[in-house]
Write a protein that binds this ligand. Structure first.
Ligand SMILES: Nc1ncnc2c1ncn2[C@@H]1O[C@H](COP(=O)(O)OP(=O)(O)OP(=O)(O)O)[C@@H](O)[C@H]1O
Length: 271
């Protein structure tokens, strides 16, 4: 993808299998939304090949659109419509829609069914966006920063909703997020975009190994906190046991999280 003389996506090569959840991570301006919009058929790419459910999104038909669900970053239309009415209205566009009642229940908005959309909180509005995204029983769902602005409880409810949809219907999901814990919880694989290039992609666990993020071993010696970074924490703990000739006071082993891995990759990229 090129805007004017500037490449904003370059050599991005991605495969997503049916039923897989892929999280696209990357700092602001990395090209995540641009990638998603190209895949959704909302943005015309400057070059390269794209196939989504076997079809080039630039030539997509209404039938293809009905197989794809989209939750965009900020949708503020239909402010004066009631939540239930809006769902009834959108349901008419699809051949086999979910019932609005079932949807309201699934996203936890039953109590808001007769409320005007403009009166919903940010998190409630986002849940309505998700309901609109899945109303047509899509095979593939695009979620662009779905939980931005959610409180912890709404976030947890949302994660459960996505897990249910996935387990019940084998939906393929592509999400962008800045929340690494969310990516780790929801996705099978992650792809990391930096400056329009894919710097890594693959299963969540495999990525941690690839940059060999180190585990941190902590303990207390003579009343002073000690810590050690190592790729072999088991060996380090064994050596500490030898040294203490028994239990090691305050022993903790902290494995690298996805966040450590991700920040490690960004550091390597910027070095
Ligand atoms: N219509 C446009 N014309 C010119 N440049 C654009 C246009 N849309 C996006 N860009 C540029 O393309 C780059 C990628 O933007 P994009 O919105 O895809 O990033 P992102 O990874 O989704 O960022 P964020 O995390 O902030 O949402 C940015 O440098 C942006 O300024």
């Amino acid at each position: 993808m090129r805007y004017g003389a500037r490449d904003v996506l370059d050599g991005v090569d991605l495969d997503v299998r049916r039923g897989e959840v892929l999280a696209l991570l990357g700092p602001n301006g990395a090209g995540k939304s641009t990638t998603i919009e190209i895949l959704e058929g909302f943005r015309r790419r400057s070059g390269g090949q794209v196939s989504v459910l076997g079809v080039d999104p630039e030539d997509a038909s209404d039938d293809w659109r009905a197989r794809v669900g989209i939750v965009v970053q900020s949708w503020r239309d239909h402010a004066r419509w009631q939540v239930g009415e809006l769902l009834e209205h959108f349901a008419r566009y699809y051949p086999d829609p979910r019932s609005p009642g079932e949807l309201l229940d699934a996203v936890g908005l039953t109590a808001q069914a007769r409320q005007e959309c403009r009166l919903l909180s940010g998190g409630q509005r986002r849940r309505l966006d998700v309901a609109l995204g899945i109303i047509g029983r899509p095979e593939l769902l695009f979620l662009d920063e779905p939980t931005t602005g959610f409180d912890p409880e709404s976030r947890r409810d949302f994660h459960r909703l996505i897990e249910r949809l996935r387990a019940a219907e084998g939906m393929t999901i592509l999400l962008t997020t800045h929340d690494l814990a969310e990516a780790e919880r929801l996705s099978d694989s992650i792809a990391i975009l930096v400056g329009g290039r894919l710097i890594a992609s693959g299963p969540v666990a495999g990525l941690a190994e690839r940059i060999q993020a180190q585990a941190e071993v902590r303990w207390v010696q003579d009343g002073v906190r000690q810590s050690l970074l190592t790729t072999d924490p088991s060996q380090a703990v064994w050596e500490l046991h030898q040294e203490f000739d028994g239990p090691v006071p305050g022993l903790e082993v902290r494995r690298p999280t996805l966040e450590d891995t991700y920040l490690g990759m960004l550091r390597q990229e910027n070095a």
